[in-house]
Design a protein around this ligand. Structure first.
Ligand SMILES: [Zn+2]
Length: 141
């Protein structure tokens, strides 16, 4: 399995995991594919630590091995692009943790964060799933 392929799977199916225009079954399939790909990616990173995509910032933990991301982790542990991370930081003000982002997601509040569009929300969702959190969206009937 190639790393670029797995990353492409995550990129393509990530936004699907929150799409309102597809059926619940398709959404479940997308979540499964993203999970599978991120698992395989974590595997690759564990086997070849040198290729891990971490940027070496001081506040980030090393989650490339078996260490899970927790709600108490700083936002940086999700590995978001700055386009997704900066709006979250200015919205939440304090030291931003993964748990706070999870709360925003669960309360359907991400769409109210200034500067976050559907694509960035998709990125954040994918990152939360990749970090191993099970996301349960509020149903819209
Ligand atoms: Zn962490």
């Amino acid at each position: 399995m190639q790393k670029w392929y797995l990353q492409a799977v995550v990129r393509v199916y990530g936004p699907w995991t929150v799409s309102q225009t597809i059926s619940a079954r398709e959404r479940a399939l997308a979540i499964r594919r993203v999970r599978h790909a991120t698992d395989a990616l974590a595997d690759l990173d564990a086997r070849f630590p040198g290729t891990a995509s971490g940027t070496g910032r001081a506040e980030v933990h090393d989650h490339s091995g078996m260490v899970p991301v927790t709600r108490d982790c700083p936002l940086a542990c999700l590995g978001l692009s700055r386009h997704a991370a900066n709006p979250l930081r200015s919205h939440l003000r304090d030291r931003v943790t993964v748990g706070q982002v999870l709360r925003l997601w669960e309360d359907n509040e991400l769409q109210h964060v200034r500067g976050l569009g559907p694509r960035r929300i998709g990125e954040i969702t994918t990152a939360l799933i990749a970090a191993g959190f099970v996301l349960t969206p509020h149903s819209h009937g």
